[in-house]
Design a protein around this ligand. Sequence first.
Ligand SMILES: *Cc1c(COP(=O)(O)O)cnc(C)c1O
Length: 463
Amino acid sequence: MKYVSTRGSAPALDFAEVTLAGLASDGGLYVPESWPQLGMDEIRDMRGLPYAELAARVMAPFVGDSLTPDRLRELTGEAYSRFAHTAVTPLVQLDERQWLLELFHGPTLAFKDVALQLLGLLFEEFLAREDSRLTIVGATSGDTGSAAIDAVAGRDNVEIFMLHPKGRVSDVQRRQMTTVRAPNVHNIAIEGSFDDAQAMVKRIFADESVTARHRIGAVNSINWARLMAQVVYYFAASLQLGGPDRKLAFSVPTGNFGDVFAGHVAARMGLPIERLIVATNVNDILHRALSNGDYSAGNVTPTGAPSMDIQVSSNFERLLFDVGGRDGVALGDQMRGFEGSRAMMLSNAQREGAAGLFASARVDEDETAASIRYAYENWGEIIDPHTAIGLHAARHADLAPQVPVVTLATAHPAKFRDAVERATGIRPPLPNRVGDLFAREEAYTELSGTYEAVRDHILEHAA
Ligand SMILES: *Cc1c(COP(=O)(O)O)cnc(C)c1O
């Protein structure tokens, strides 16, 4: 399997290379050259498999020759052994129609663990082969940071610099990053928003004063391997609810468009999916883009669902590439125009291409709190604000009544317990697997919001 850039001018890479590369050298994102196809019988044959085995089967065509089937199975087995539920991503039934797919049973309590526990192992595997080192630079709205740090802390040949927007992540999220004591972990709090941090990370990848001295890697969902790992749970949920012989809809709390893009990939591979609902908070650029073609970034409004406080959704570029005729040169021009003005209109081909599978909804702060309350009062379920946004969109979706709707439960409620307590009066306890988080000492560097300050800090401290 080869991977090509959405902007058409970076070299094609294989899976091992694309995992270590992150962003393409032309500023684009890597996508598979073509979508592997699974027939209905092949999908039916996957019913009842343990999660790690299902993961190895779904990922095998994307991994290609980069790992033997046995080695891939060993790695998925190891990655998913650290989950607190044996089903890894269990389904919970809410009523005759609504389901939750719980993606938060990993070590850091959000769905990011599903991909990052594997990515940490892939980094180690591919770096050891080349006897080289990787300096990971990432930006986090909260959950990627903790999941990535957990996945690479203490591992050989990798170090990580993680930027988070100061004061805009929850205390649990921050402590899960800043209390990890490993010499290869560097936490940085910057003045500004997640978008500011993400823009700096993209500049680091393009800055020769850094890339000439360090091989820079990505753990954000610009890294293809993350999306690939997330495709698996769309299959897992579908197979349990009658797939592939019955179509489901998925409602996905969305920020950077990574998780829901994985659903698009599952559909492209042949999994029958009725609808993918992109649920946003008031930072609603994706809802505007999908409903009327207006992809223009405003300022980020901080909300109780901080992992979705994003205006510029990196992975949307992958969708535009795939549904807009896969014309990298044209998309490169369009995206560079967007980067200059922070606004663009989607082409008709892009709008029509997305409209077949995607719907969208914008959920405000009051609706989010009401959704948390609704789940508790009607079903006795305590859900986090991100999940609540997905569930609100799921309950109000325009779908035939026989279509089951699966909301992706992206975070454990204890990770956002202040918001949950405000809505329900109940303060969800932290599960034992996070340990004595509030007794441990924090360590992080605060930097001003300038690019130079971040770059110089990385150059000074990278091994
Ligand atoms: C990252 C995250 C999201 C958004 O996922 P994307 O892949 O960026 O769209 C939603 N909810 C939670 C809890 C998250 O951590």
